[in-house]
Write a protein that binds this ligand. Structure first.
Ligand SMILES: CC(C)(COP(=O)(O)OP(=O)(O)OC[C@H]1O[C@@H](n2cnc3c(N)ncnc32)[C@H](O)[C@@H]1OP(=O)(O)O)[C@@H](O)C(=O)NCCC(=O)NCCS
Length: 174
């Protein structure tokens, strides 16, 4: 990808990662350990973020992750990561996790989460500005528009933004 680009599309950095759930990945009940799933989600999102920025990235935060549907030993875990919105140096990545049973040929959505990465220079690891992303499909536009609200909420929870400074969430705090 050329470094003279001014923006990128979501599909330019979309990343799919596939893992087979092996015995070492599971707990004593034969379910994929939550920590292993979070690690795979972090890796899939990091590859996506880095493909978008063409720089090193670090994980800054992860929004709520709930485990609604366990993934079993022997199932195939498919992780799909897309950039939803770029702010300045930070960018939000949405990851969806699917569990596929190759024997029954059935696939279900097992998890999802929003990660925030920061584009950093490779010498001092300090934040550097990232290229904007242009949403195209209705789904991409919806996630792009919601990203500002999610950013304000996570920065408030991290103690980096005062509720009174929030724009999209102002009505919640009045
Ligand atoms: C993330 C990090 C680079 C931010 O550094 P900083 O000195 O706070 O830099 P800034 O205040 O300029 O913030 C940089 C960006 O990070 C964002 N950010 C910082 N903390 C954040 C958090 N908890 N949640 C979401 N975004 C956050 C800021 O909003 C800002 O975004 P913007 O440039 O798009 O406006 C720094 O805290 C760091 O290196 N953390 C360790 C990362 C790490 O080790 N991750 C795990 C291994 S990859």
């Amino acid at each position: 990808m050329s470094s003279t680009l001014r923006s990128k599309l979501v599909k330019d950095s979309e990343t799919t990662m596939t893992e087979l759930v092996m015995p070492n990945d599971t707990n004593h009940l034969g379910d994929l350990m939550g920590g292993n799933l979070m690690k795979w989600m972090d890796i899939a999102c990091a590859m996506c973020a880095s493909r978008h920025t063409n720089s090193a990235v670090v994980t800054a935060s992860v929004d709520n992750i709930s485990f609604k549907s366990s993934i079993k030993l022997g199932e195939i875990c498919i992780l799909n990561a897309v950039v939803t919105r770029v702010f300045n140096s930070s960018l939000e990545v949405y990851v969806t996790v699917y569990a596929e049973n190759a024997v029954t040929a059935q696939t279900r959505k097992a998890n999802e989460a929003y990660f925030t990465f920061v584009s950093v220079d490779s010498v001092k690891h300090r934040p550097v500005k990232a290229l904007p992303v242009i949403p195209q499909t209705p789904e991409e536009v919806e996630r792009f528009e919601g990203a500002q609200r999610r950013r304000e909420l996570r920065l408030i929870l991290a103690g980096r933004l005062k509720p009174s400074q929030a724009n999209d969430l102002k009505s919640l705090f009045q």
